[in-house]
Structures are given as structure tokens and as C-alpha cells.
Design a protein around this ligand. Structure first.
Ligand SMILES: C[S@@+](CC[C@H](N)C(=O)[O-])C[C@H]1O[C@@H](n2cnc3c(N)ncnc32)[C@H](O)[C@@H]1O
Length: 250
């Protein structure tokens, strides 16, 4: 452990007690320590993030938990150093998390944290989100800072179960992203995205999340795959064309 960075690791602020169950707070503290030490040394998180890990990262990501139903299977795509996927696994032991991340040094860190913290319901998958298309589906597909909504839809929606949802953490440009993604939202057959401000408590910094689902779950069929932009895509778009391939790959 590098002493210079470890000295910057702040212990859990009071506000963390509002988003992590007390029994899970020690796990969150250990994760914060690993992020601020190994995570910084290995270049997975910027050194300037260490003093604000709780406010900008752990608490923000934990707020997303309120959008996830009990006992859900959750896929976090582009997990990086585990945000928000590992935070959700810590805050919500009822969830089953699959963390999808293409870069080896990031999946190595994720696996080390899972083992160190003792998380039993987390699976780390090295690969791109589209590698799971047609193979897996989830109640909720999460992401933070992975891609603009337009592209995120193609990576995420093929992983969303018929009654499931895409839940993405977004920044201040969320409205512009939705407008830019209008054509893709239509092509995928999504509900109108809900923009949700989480953490109304003034002591919590606000997290903006987008949530959308299939507009017509009964019309979703498998396998789904991202259709090339502008292509003749209906057969790949997950809208049921007949009954023959419905639920294939389930
Ligand atoms: C800016 S980082 C965000 C990491 C983390 N979600 C966070 O908020 O700190 C984007 C991550 O998405 C991953 N990524 C890029 N393309 C991807 C894809 N097609 N499928 C899954 N992950 C991807 C990158 O390797 C990277 O770790």
C-alpha cells in the first residue's frame, strides 16, 4: 500500500450511513480504501478523486439502489473500477451483480476487490457488453460514464429482460443526450426515458439517473443484437416479427 495515497483515504462520512446498511458499511470502507490505494496506484482512478471518493463516487452510486427492485439480477456494463456495480453489490446484498468490463487490469482489480471484501453474489466478466448479447438477460442493466445514450442503448437493451429496465447514471447533459438519441429510442422500442434526480437530501450531492424500459414487453424476442445504425435492422431489434424466435436464448 502506498502511504501517500492511503493518508488521503477518508473514513465513511455520516452521509454514507444513509445509503449503506450499517452491517455493510465496513465493506464500503474497505472498498474505498482499496480504490484510494491500489486503485490510484494502478491508474484506475485519478489521485484527485481519493479525497472525494465518498461524495462523488460511493454515495452517488449507492443512491442508484433505490431504482432497483428486490432480488434483481443486475448487469453493470463498463464497470471500470466497480462504479456503480461494486457499490450496488455492497449496498444491496439481495442483488446478483454481473460486472462487464473489457480491460484486463480493471477486471483483475474487480476480482481482487470481490475476494478481499468477501462479496458472494458478484460475477466479473471480461469482455464488451455486446459479447453477452443473445446469451444473457437481466432485470436491470446499469452504467455510469460508459457512452452517450445513443450508443448505450445498443449495448444495453439487448441485455434487458422483457420486464426489466436500463438505468444509467448521467450528467448535466442528460436532456441533450435524450434528444440526440430519439431515433435510437424509437428503433429499440423504448419507453420515454425518465430523468430521476436522486438524493434530494441537501447533504447528498444529487445523482441524475435515466430509466427506460421496453415499451411493449410482450413484443420482445430473443436473441437480440445491436443493429447497425441506419441499416435494415428489424430482424435484429428485438421487436417480435412472428412467434418463432420468441424467448430464444432465454
Ligand atoms: C469512463 S470509464 C467508466 C468506468 C466506471 N463506470 C466509472 O464510472 O468509473 C468507461 C468504461 O467502459 C468500458 N467500456 C468501453 N466500451 C465498452 C463496451 N462496449 N462494453 C463494456 N464496457 C465498455 C471501458 O473499458 C471503461 O472501463
Amino acid at each position: 500500500m502506498n502511504d501517500d495515497v492511503s493518508r488521503e483515504t477518508p473514513s465513511a462520512p455520516d452521509v454514507a450511513r444513509r445509503v449503506f446498511p450499517s452491517a455493510r458499511l465496513p465493506l464500503a470502507e474497505r472498498y474505498a480504501e482499496l480504490l484510494a490505494t491500489d486503485g490510484v496506484v494502478r491508474g484506475l482512478i485519478g489521485p484527485r478523486e481519493a479525497p472525494r471518493l465518498w461524495d462523488r463516487h460511493l454515495v452517488n452510486c449507492a443512491l442508484l439502489a433505490e431504482l432497483i427492485p428486490p432480488d434483481a439480477a443486475v448487469c453493470d456494463i463498463g464497470s471500470g473500477a466497480g462504479l456503480p456495480g461494486l457499490v450496488l453489490a455492497i449496498a444491496r446484498p439481495d442483488l446478483r451483480l454481473t460486472l462487464v468490463e473489457p480491460l484486463l487490469r480493471r477486471t483483475t482489480f474487480l476480482e481482487e476487490v470481490v475476494a478481499d471484501v468477501g462479496l458472494t453474489s458478484v460475477e466479473v466478466v471480461r469482455g464488451r457488453a455486446d459479447a453477452l448479447h443473445g446469451q444473457r438477460r437481466f432485470d436491470v442493466v446499469t452504467s455510469r460514464a460508459v457512452a452517450p445514450l445513443e450508443r448505450l442503448l445498443g449495448w444495453s437493451m439487448p441485455l434487458v429482460a422483457p420486464e426489466g429496465a436500463l438505468v444509467a447514471m448521467k450528467g448535466s447533459s442528460v436532456t441533450e443526450e435524450i434528444e440526440a438519441a430519439r431515433a435510437e429510442l424509437e428503433r429499440w422500442g423504448c419507453t420515454e426515458p425518465e430523468v430521476l434526480e436522486l438524493g434530494a437530501d441537501p447533504e447528498l450531492s444529487t445523482t441524475v439517473a435515466l430509466r427506460m424500459a421496453w415499451a411493449d414487453p410482450g413484443q420482445v424476442s430473443w436473441p437480440l443484437a445491436a443493429a447497425p445504425s441506419g441499416g435494415s435492422s428489424k430482424q435484429n431489434m428485438g421487436r417480435k416479427r412472428g412467434t418463432t424466435n420468441r424467448r430464444r436464448g432465454a
